[in-house]
Design a protein around this ligand. Structure first.
Ligand SMILES: [Zn+2]
Length: 306
């Protein structure tokens, strides 16, 4: 190999490893005692899917709360290790915002911490119902674990709302009616007015509908009237200008609602609607190819009989 080429390759590999080191900041500090991890923009069939959701950490005077654990045990462990670099305080709560794999498969990394797992009232049943799907499709992310070990279920189930005390700061947990899924729950750090929305808010990456389109729009309508200093979405960058991200998401979901209703009124078949409804609203969104047709068919089934 020519020496110059070798030197370039070596310097490149140094640059790459250097960047990995710089990226070592797994958690970004977004407010006093509040951190977020930004997941990769990766779809379900992408190699980076195990680290594709945003995760949160809130540190109180007494202990630490984790909001979502990532889509693999490795991501959960990386989160635990990153917390260990910030504080010696124990992780007392692991909160899951909803049932999707990219938010829950890292739960197992926090079992040894003896944390209390918390979720919306329907989360446990939904996780149990999904456990076979997880075991079959996410064997690598779960490192081959089966059965009860697959995903840790919530011990505390939130029906409407709950407050968790971390020591001189409280988190307000609010269960949400069927919206992104039927298991959604938001987490508000009251001290800094930071909302962890879970996947009720997507930025950049196209929202995935797996619950109720009308319910989701109703939540967005209500939440956009509230004031938050910042919102950590389930995917994409932090929103420091709330309700900016709500408005963008509303734009897509409203186009989906209107387009699907029009298609139903015109007697268009669902298979044809998948590729024609609301396509103009996809501009600016990522990962649309697989998700948008799924969203249309879910909207179709919801709106068909109204
Ligand atoms: Zn989700």
């Amino acid at each position: 190999m020519p020496k110059l080429l070798l030197r370039i390759l070596l310097s490149l590999s140094v640059a790459v490893s250097h960047r990995t080191l710089a990226d070592d900041a797994f958690l970004e500090n977004v407010a006093p005692g509040v951190y977020m991890h930004r997941g990769h923009t990766a779809d379900i069939d992408d190699a980076a899917r195990g680290d594709s959701a945003n995760l949160g950490v809130v540190i109180g005077a007494r202990c630490v709360a984790v909001i979502d654990t990532g889509g693999s045990l490795a991501t959960g462990r990386a989160l635990r290790a990153a917390i260990g670099k910030l504080t010696d305080k124990p992780v007392c709560y692991v909160i899951n915002t909803h049932v999707h794999f990219d938010h829950v498969l890292g739960n197992g990394a926090f079992v040894a911490a003896k944390a209390e797992f918390v979720g919306q009232q329907h989360l446990a049943d939904n996780l149990e119902a999904s456990s076979e799907f997880f075991a079959e499709n996410f064997s690598a992310e779960l490192e081959g674990q089966h059965g009860a070990a697959v995903v840790v279920l919530p011990m505390r189930r939130v029906e409407r709302e709950a407050r968790l005390d971390l020591g001189q700061r409280t988190l307000l947990l609010e269960a949400v009616a069927r919206a992104h899924t039927e298991t959604d729950m938001t987490v508000l750090d009251e001290k800094t007015r930071t909302l962890f929305s879970g996947d009720l808010v997507f930025r950049e990456r196209l929202p995935v509908l797996d619950g109720s389109l009308k319910g989701w729009l109703a939540w967005l309508q209500a939440a956009s009237g509230r004031s938050y200093d910042r919102v950590v979405p389930g995917h994409g960058p932090l929103d420091e200008h709330w309700p900016a991200s709500a408005r963008t998401e509303q734009g897509y979901l409203e186009a989906l609602l209107k387009g699907t209703r029009d298609a139903i009124a015109k007697g268009i078949f669902i298979e044809d609607a998948k590729h024609s409804v609301a396509t103009e609203a996809l501009k600016g969104w990522q990962l649309t190819e697989r998700v948008h047709p799924l969203n249309v068919s879910r909207a179709f089934r919801e709106l068909e009989w109204e």
